[in-house]
Ligand binder design. Sequence first.
Ligand code: CAA
Length: 285
Amino acid sequence: MSRTFETVGVVGLGTMGAGIAEVFARAGLAVVGVEVDAQALERGRGHVLRSTDRAVSRGRLSEAGRDEILGRIAFTGSLDDLRDADLVIEAIPEVMEYKRALFTDLDLVCKPEAVLATNTSSLSVTAIASFTARPGQVVGMHFFNPAPVMRLVEVVRTVATAGGVAEDVAELARRVGKTPVTVGDRAGFVVNRLLLGYLNHAASLLELGVASRDDIDAAMRLGAGLPMGPFALLDLIGLDVSHEVCEVLFEESRDRVHAPAPILRELVTAGLLGRKSGRGFHAHE
Ligand code: CAA
């Protein structure tokens, strides 16, 4: 019999986690959103508010609808509040030691039948599963930025994933309005493996002086029909995340399209991370 997911937990309410919490709440699920402290919780709530306010101002959502969405998300600083969750998705920073600590705790707190998912874009889901006593119920559930808008979810199954779990999580993705694709646990899965090679190549072209930032962005928007040029997209993803994904991809593939362009590292070192820090390749207000 397939699982039903009615209450979901989201741990980490940064750009991705808050967007994911909104997606579940919009679909009518009860959401428990967990952050480390009151300030981070307020920031997470702010992300959801801004996103839903934008939908209200565009006439896509009523004010009552927005309040209902917010009302379905319980914001908390305690992992203990995840004890009744049917599925918990982790969206904390991409540091394996943090994931180890969190998944060890989740395994203790969550009910035995709960599915534990990770939104990681660069780390091994298999390794994360191994931190728990329930590796059969651990999968990747990889959303794309901005989560409320992008329609894909990569469902990552590992060699340890039990039969039916990836299928049930794919069904959950459909229920919240996304299209799932199921992928194996290889660095970058499908989208990042293809996308980051291209984005990294764009950064190399810029460094080589082949064309200016704005001309490369315009070329790919107008010539290839993409919604954003590569530098606008790198800034949206975050240069720290992009650099990290390239490093992991290069380590596994040894394909030099993934060897991070030096300018990426330079910008990350300078703290110029893209939209989230106010400046990356472009300046953002
Ligand atoms: N949160 C919520 N909603 C948002 C949003 C956000 N951050 N940004 C835009 N939207 C909504 C807008 O409200 C608008 O909704 P309606 O159509 O209902 O009015 C819609 O998205 C379109 O937005 P805009 O008109 O403001 O702008 P746009 O048409 O230029 O679209 C975009 C913005 C959706 C970001 C579009 O440019 C796009 O699709 N860009 C590519 C994004 C992409 O490739 N993301 C994947 C990155 S890879 C990744 O995330 C994986 C990883 O692990 C690194």
